[in-house]
Structures are given as structure tokens and as C-alpha cells.
Design a protein around this ligand. Structure first.
Ligand code: OZR
Ligand code: MG
Length: 206
């Protein structure tokens, strides 16, 4: 994937990096990026929220990191968390190739350990936007952790990938039944396939 970006994308042009990855993953080797179909929904929700402080759980190779960071207003920041050092190493190069390294802080390690440290380490008061795309059985645990650490504020938008495939049933049940969230499902398809998947947008009500 990284070679495809270096070969086919233009340095400093995030859209060309996104297109190069999508083309490669559709035609050569599938990979678990949020992809171009769900990516358009991510773009529109992100543009609507226009966050000054955004968090991504599950960087993988940085595809959604680039999608998010390219739409941030000047001065806004994205913190992205990745547990797997090999993925993180690729992501750093892809984010830099897109020229977005100044907007992105990539933190390596388990989300459960890092979330409680984000305030002291990065001076984050709270997040306006959270993209959940990491281990599917961590979505609910980490959402509750974000609540308990006071990192969500009234109006914070959580956007969760893969709520159908591979699926995050406990998380869905929680955000759809809790009085503290206003939740909505955006139907789409699993990246680069015809299988159903979708994004769940949940607004924290405080
Ligand atoms: O596991 C998925 N994502 C979470 C990956 C999590 C972790 O894998 C190793 C690394 O530590 C990374 O953080 C996933 C899986 C599929 N899938 O179709 O299997 C599709 C997706 O969009 C996904 O995000
Ligand atoms: Mg995903």
C-alpha cells in the first residue's frame, strides 16, 4: 500500500493519497481501510462537526487519518491511536506523504492505557469528534472510558466504523439505548466489497 502511494500519489496532496490507496485496495490487495464509500459519509459528518479536537482509535495505515486531517480547519488537531507498531510505522509515512504531519499526533499503544493519559500528555480538555475503528470489542469499553475521563462534552460526535461487518453489537445496543446518546445509522458497504456495513453516528448529550 505504501509503495502504491509513493508511486501513484503526489507528495503533499491528500486526495491523491486517498485515491491511490483506494485504487490499490480495490484492484490489488483488499485492506481494512474505511474506504471510499464509507469515506464519503465520514467526510460529510466531519465537515458538519468541524472539530477543533478530534480523536481516532485505530490508525491502521493512516487512510482515515488522512481523510480526517485533510478536512480539519487551521489550528485543529487530530490524535490517532494505534497499538500495532508495524501499522503505526506505515501510517506515519503515509500521513507525512500527504503533508498532514503537523495536524496529526500518532500515539502508539493500547487505547485502554492511553485514553486516561491524553489530557496530561496533550493538554486535551475534551474531544469534539471521535472516530472508532479499532478492535471491535474495544468500542464500548473505550467509549465508557472516554466518558469516565471527562473527554466527551455535550455535543461530541462519536462515529463508529464496522457496526454491521465485522459488527459491534454491544456498542450499538449501548449507544442506541442510553439516554445520554442520540444515535443514527448510516447504511453503506464494507470497504471495496458489496457486503453491507455502515457507520453509527452518536451524539453525546452530556
Ligand atoms: O478489525 C478491524 N479493524 C480493527 C483492527 C485493529 C487492529 O488490528 C491490528 C492493529 O492493532 C489494529 O489496531 C476491521 C476489520 C474489517 N474486516 O472486514 O474484517 C473491516 C474493518 O473496516 C475493520 O476496521
Ligand atoms: Mg474499519
Amino acid at each position: 500500500m505504501l509503495k502504491a502511494v509513493q508511486k501513484n500519489a503526489t507528495k503533499g496532496d491528500p486526495q491523491s493519497v486517498i485515491s491511490a490507496i483506494d485504487h490499490y485496495c480495490r484492484n490489488k490487495e483488499w485492506a481494512m481501510n474505511v474506504g471510499d464509500d464509507k469515506g464519503l459519509i465520514l467526510d460529510s459528518v466531519l465537515t458538519e462537526v468541524n472539530p477543533s479536537a478530534a480523536l481516532e482509535l485505530g490508525t491502521y495505515c493512516g487512510y482515515s487519518t488522512v481523510r480526517i486531517a485533510r478536512l480539519l480547519s487551521p489550528g485543529s488537531k487530530l490524535i490517532t491511536v494505534e497499538f500495532n507498531p508495524a501499522f503505526a510505522a506505515v501510517a506515519r509515512q503515509i500521513i507525512a506523504y500527504a503533508g498532514l504531519q503537523d495536524k496529526v499526533t500518532l500515539v502508539e499503544g493500547p487505547s485502554g492505557d492511553l485514553i486516561p493519559k491524553l489530557r496530561e500528555r496533550f493538554g486535551v480538555k475534551s474531544f469534539d469528534f471521535v472516530f472508532l475503528d479499532h478492535w471491535k470489542d474495544r468500542y464500548l469499553l473505550d467509549t465508557k472510558l472516554l466518558e469516565d475521563c471527562g473527554l466527551l462534552q455535550k455535543g461530541t460526535v462519536l462515529l463508529a466504523d464496522n457496526v454491521i461487518c465485522p459488527g459491534t453489537p454491544e456498542y450499538l445496543k449501548y449507544v442506541r439505548s442510553s439516554p445520554r446518546y442520540e444515535s443514527r445509522y448510516y447504511k453503506s458497504n464494507l470497504e471495496y466489497t458489496k457486503l453491507e456495513d455502515g457507520l453509527e453516528k452518536s451524539v453525546f448529550l452530556g
